[in-house]
Design a protein around this ligand. Structure first.
Ligand code: ZN
Length: 298
């Protein structure tokens, strides 16, 4: 399809290079990032697959893909680059450049600022998880982006400082996170493959078929005591406040709220305070704190 393709190998000051794949013209385009956390491999698998699909079928819109945003962390199969152990997704937009992770943040932010849209792929730290989108969907443009990706479950993100999606949304660039199943460099091939196809359908503007469901913030349910955990729920299931979500030995674990189960631990011996599962709340908060997303439209 005569698609202009370039792979730019950007050398950083700190002995690292980041491969950035550009497809199409030099116009402003969509930015897709994965591997910001080095041990979250499902997203990396998905973007590599997406690159294959684009190379085969072309792409009508300019797009930039960074499959491995945090290369040293990826090589070490760790969340952060061990040289400074900073969480890359907590320091956007970089403020000063004083180490390898700031160096990466500066490079990614310079591309992010020029993007029309950002999709940031992560893994939800559990092997047992449904795919879901996290975003500040009270912004209409963010909502439209989230819906067009054709992932059923859309969860309200928090406006945490330093997160790529939140900081980019703040400066008026519609941005979302996609969370996929995966943990400690173990990836979910099926979800990764499916996401690659959903991303491609998004790029070619295929009309999404899903009816989306919107939820509030994510809440973790932690183990009240230690012991052998027997789960009574699974990801994707809707639970109501007061439901029994599992047993730890002979203690019932009760759902503190209603919502959808996004991710859960494997059947295991669990310690007090460890996460059993996370739910996205059925109720959507109306607090001022949640509503004051001020977006500066471009
Ligand atoms: Zn992550």
């Amino acid at each position: 399809m005569g698609l202009a393709t370039t792979v730019e190998r950007i050398p950083l000051k700190t002995d690292t290079t980041i491969d950035v794949h550009h497809f199409g013209s030099n116009q402003k385009g969509i930015l897709i990032v994965s591997g910001i956390h080095g041990d979250e491999v499902t997203g990396v698998f998905a973007t590599k697959k997406l690159i294959e699909i684009i190379q085969k079928n072309g792409c009508p819109t300019p797009i930039t893909i960074i499959p491995v945003a945090n290369p040293i962390a990826f090589s070490c199969r760790t969340r952060a680059d061990p040289r400074d152990n900073l969480d890359l997704n907590r320091i956007f937009p970089y403020e000063n450049n004083n180490g390898p992770t700031h160096d990466i943040a500066q490079t990614i932010w310079s591309l992010a600022k020029e993007a029309t849209t950002i999709i940031d792929l992560h893994s939800s730290d559990h092997l047992s998880a449904i795919p879901y989108v996290v975003c500040l969907y009270r912004d209409e443009r963010v909502k439209r982006l989230a819906v067009s990706l054709n992932v059923e479950t859309i969860v309200e993100g928090r406006k945490n400082k330093g997160h790529l999606f939140a900081e980019a949304t703040r400066i008026g660039i519609p941005s979302i996170i996609v969370e996929l199943a995966g943990k400690s460099a173990i990836y979910n091939e099926k979800q990764g493959e499916l996401m690659a196809h959903k991303l491609y359908e998004f790029l070619i503007n295929k009309t999404p078929s899903n009816a989306n469901k919107f939820y509030g913030n994510i809440v973790d349910i932690d183990a009240p005591n230690k012991g052998i955990l027997k789960l009574e729920i699974e990801p994707g299931q809707i639970i109501k406040k007061g439901d029994i979500i599992g047993m730890i030995e002979d203690v019932e674990v009760i759902a503190p709220d209603s919502g959808i189960v996004l991710r859960s631990v494997e059947p295991s011996m669990i310690l007090k305070g460890e996460r059993i599962c996370s739910i996205a709340l059925e109720r959507i908060s109306n607090s001022i704190e949640r509503n004051d997303v001020v977006l500066h439209k471009k």
